[in-house]
Ligand binder design. Structure first.
Ligand code: FES
Length: 275
C-alpha cells in the first residue's frame, strides 16, 4: 500500500498512524456482507428478467420492470402506445435507465454499495484498502450528481406505475359480462394487492429522497415566507429519516410483483382472487 507524499488514502501523511485495519470489535462486516449478497441477487434477477423480454404481462398485471411498455410488447401491455416498436431487444431496456439511474445514484445506495462492493471504506472506523481517495469529484463518480434529474424521471415513473395499479382493477375478458360481451366490474386479486403495496413503497422511497427534500425546501432564506414549502419540507424530512428502509423494501416489492407476474404468465400459478 502506498504511503507516499501526496497520498490521500488512509495512509496519507495527514492521517493518524494506526497499523491495525480496525479497532472495532463488533461484527461490522455483517451489514456490508448482507448488502453484497442481497444486492447481487437482485441485480442478477433483474438483469435476467429485463433481457428475457417475455412473461411480463398477465392480464391485468404488468411487471414494473416493463412499465411503460413502449417497445414491441404483447397485446394489452402498452397503455401508452408503442413508439419504440422497432426496438429489436427487450422493451424493458428502453426504460430501464430511469429506475436504474435513480437507484444507482441514490445517496443511500451509494453509501451501501461503496461499502459492500468497493470497500471504500467497508464500515465506519475500518480502513479501506485503497491508497488514494478522490471522492466523487472526478469522472465517472462525478456523474452521481445527476441524481436530482433522475428524481424528476422517477416521479414520472411513479405516476405510470400508479396508473398500472388502477388498471390492475380491470376485469378480465369475459368476466362480469354485460351487454354485447362488454366487461364491467372490478377485479381484485393477490396481484392487485401486491401492486398496491409496491406502489406505496415506491412513493415512500421516491418522496423520502434527499433530492426531493431539497426540491421542496431547499434554497430558501426564510421558511416563514414559504409556509406551504415549509410544511412539505417537514413531511419529506420525516420520511427522509427512513429512506434506507424504503430503499430496500421497495426493491423487494418490485422484484416480488415481477416474480408474481412471471409465475402467472408462465401458468405456474393461478391468480388468487378476492372478488
Ligand atoms: Fe435515495 Fe434520492 S437519495 S433516492
Amino acid at each position: 500500500m502506498s504511503t507516499g507524499q501526496g497520498s490521500t488514502g488512509v495512509r496519507g501523511p495527514t492521517r493518524a498512524r494506526i497499523a491495525a485495519r480496525t479497532l472495532r470489535t463488533d461484527r461490522w462486516w455483517q451489514a456490508p456482507l448482507a448488502t453484497f449478497v442481497v444486492f447481487s441477487a437482485f441485480v442478477v434477477y433483474a438483469t435476467v428478467r429485463a433481457f428475457t423480454g417475455a412473461d411480463y404481462y398477465a392480464k391485468p398485471y404488468l411487471s414494473p420492470f416493463y412499465s411503460p411498455c413502449l417497445g414491441d410488447c404483447v397485446e394489452g401491455a402498452s397503455d401508452f402506445g408503442q413508439p419504440f416498436g422497432w426496438f429489436p431487444l427487450s422493451a424493458a431496456l428502453i426504460i430501464l435507465v430511469f429506475p436504474l439511474g435513480f437507484r444507482m445514484t441514490c445517496y443511500y445506495y451509494r453509501k451501501s454499495y461503496y461499502r459492500a462492493f468497493w470497500l471504500s471504506p467497508p464500515a465506519c472506523g475500518v480502513a479501506e484498502p485503497h491508497a488514494a481517495y478522490s471522492g466523487e469529484s472526478r469522472f465517472p463518480l462525478v456523474l452521481q450528481n445527476a441524481h436530482r434529474y433522475f428524481w424528476y424521471a422517477a416521479v414520472v415513473v411513479g405516476l405510470v406505475l400508479t396508473f398500472d395499479v388502477v388498471l390492475a382493477f380491470r376485469p378480465m375478458p369475459g368476466e362480469y359480462a354485460v351487454g354485447d360481451g362488454e366487461t364491467s366490474g372490478v377485479h381484485m386479486g393477490l396481484g392487485t394487492l401486491l401492486m398496491i403495496v409496491n406502489i406505496v413503497l415506491i412513493w415512500l422511497y421516491t418522496l423520502s429522497c434527499h433530492s426531493c427534500r431539497h426540491a421542496v425546501g431547499g434554497r430558501l432564506r426564510h421558511f416563514s415566507r414559504h409556509p406551504v414549502r415549509y410544511r412539505l419540507w417537514t413531511w419529506v424530512s420525516r420520511l427522509n429519516a427512513h429512506h434506507g428502509r424504503f430503499a430496500w423494501y421497495s426493491l423487494f416489492s418490485v422484484a416480488l410483483v415481477d416474480l408474481y407476474v412471471l409465475l402467472l404468465a408462465t401458468g405456474t400459478i393461478q391468480d388468487l382472487r378476492f372478488f
